[in-house]
Design a protein. Structure first.
Lengths: 261, 75
């Protein structure tokens, strides 16, 4: 099912243990080093190199330093605009989150399959994005209760709510608050999954139509290939937008925790 | 009706949600452009809200995708 000929568009999401660590376990839990973990390490290495090149603190910045300072300044502005002066403290977290997701999304788009090295987009797994979302949510809860104590619950009752409406509004606001980590993680995961499935389905069209003969190959195959190029460009945009949206929503939730309403 | 056929029909119907999300996302950016061209000075300050609206509209389309994927692969 859901196959185009012999090409299975879901195979790219298979998690496989690497380097013979299939049965590595701690306390009965398998901790094999998977392709997902490998690409997380690759993401961290790329991010580390990117930052290393731009943290020389020269008075007259070179190109690399300008690139790094643009990114940090961007997140700094985002937090100042959404949280206010108290947002400065959260710049390291939101910046790490943004760059990690951005680089992970972009690394997953690299056409390394041509040289036999298949990129794995770990942001297309709910386990990875869910943990990132839970981290953001945990920070919101910890900061909220730390700063405001049980007064944090006033977040669920907007100002000027009529007395008889308070129980209902409280319940609705509570549910919408508790759904946040799911919607945050789900958005990133599904956006990446959907784009990659779409690209692989189109790639399946190209291969199967070329196999079906020159007529099909030139009509269906070439038009699918042109569409793939366009959708790859769109996916680059989605990779950036989803990382931005994740950082933006995290900063909005932090704003709720820091400033209540 | 065969249960397998019903699943596939349901997955196909979930694709309607993707089209509806397309309307929503188009409406978000369309309205933004419409008002941004009337008052370009205020446009840059509203980009955060633009992307919040985009994210909210897009999430519902992505949920439709999740529903169809669950119907095909899980249910």
């Amino acid at each position: 099912m859901a196959e185009s000929g012999k090409i299975d568009p879901m195979h790219q999401f298979a998690i496989e243990p690497m380097f013979g660590t299939d049965h590595l376990a701690i306390g009965g839990y398998n901790i094999a080093f998977t392709n997902s973990a490998l690409w997380m390490v690759a993401t961290v290495v790329v991010l580390w190199l990117f930052m290393l090149g731009g943290m020389k603190r020269e008075l007259i910045p070179g190109r690399w330093q300008v690139a790094v300072e643009t990114m940090t300044g961007f997140i700094d502005n985002l937090l100042t605009a959404n949280v206010g002066p108290a947002g400065k403290k959260f710049v390291p977290y939101v910046f790490s989150l943004f760059m990690f997701i951005l680089i992970a999304n972009l690394l997953g788009m690299l056409p390394l399959g041509l040289v036999g090295l298949h990129p794995f987009t770990f942001t297309s797994h709910f386990t990875a994005t869910g943990v990132l979302a839970i981290m953001s949510f945990a920070i919101v809860l910890i900061v909220g209760f730390w700063k405001h104590g049980f007064h944090f619950f006033s977040l669920f009752v907007p100002h000027g709510t009529p007395l008889p409406m308070i129980p209902f509004i409280f319940l609705i606001e509570l549910v919408s608050f508790l759904v946040r980590p799911f919607s945050l993680g789900l958005r990133l995961f599904v956006a990446m999954t959907a784009g990659h499935v779409l690209l692989k389905v189109l790639a399946g069209f190209v291969i199967n139509s070329a196999n079906a003969g020159a007529g099909f190959g030139l009509t269906v195959g070439l038009s699918s290939f042109a569409l793939m190029i366009g959708i790859s460009a769109l996916e680059m945009l989605v990779a950036v937008i989803q990382a931005y949206v994740f950082a933006l929503l995290t900063s909005l939730y932090i704003n709720d925790a820091v400033n209540l309403h | 009706m065969d249960a397998e056929a019903a699943k596939l029909i349901g997955a196909g119907l979930a694709a309607i949600g993707a089209g509806m999300a397309a309307l929503g996302v188009g409406n978000v950016f369309g309205s933004f452009l419409e008002s941004a061209l009337r008052n370009p000075g205020a446009a840059d300050g509203q980009q955060g809200r633009l992307f919040i609206g985009f994210a909210a509209a897009e999430l519902l389309g992505l949920l439709a995708f999740v529903v169809s994927m669950i119907l095909i692969f899980v249910a």
